[in-house]
Design a protein. Sequence first.
Length: 127
Amino acid sequence: MILGIGIDIVHINRLERWRTHNGLIQRYFHPKEITDAESRGASMVQSLSARFAAKEAFGKALGTGLRGLKLQDIQVNNSHNGKPEIILHGEAHARFLRLGGKNLFVSLTHEKENAVAMVVIEGGTAE
């Protein structure tokens, strides 16, 4: 049963501006997200933009937004085969469980000046 769906779009130039503010990227992203994005070279900003969109989409899927959550606790990675996945920590994980979440699905894309993410939270089966 689907418990929540969220979608978000981020203008890539927004993250480009964040790079000029010391510590801002580190405030919003898990260290592994930053390392992975840096390994992408020229597409680093697109990667971070899509991941930021996923964090926002997760808050929308929860139905509560991101208030009270640390964005670093919503870690967006790629599996060994490239599939995007979200790993939750701290209060983000606790809220997911309180909602009844069992599975979490994320899709990322970026094109020119925009990055988009969609998140689906799935719970147990409907009775």
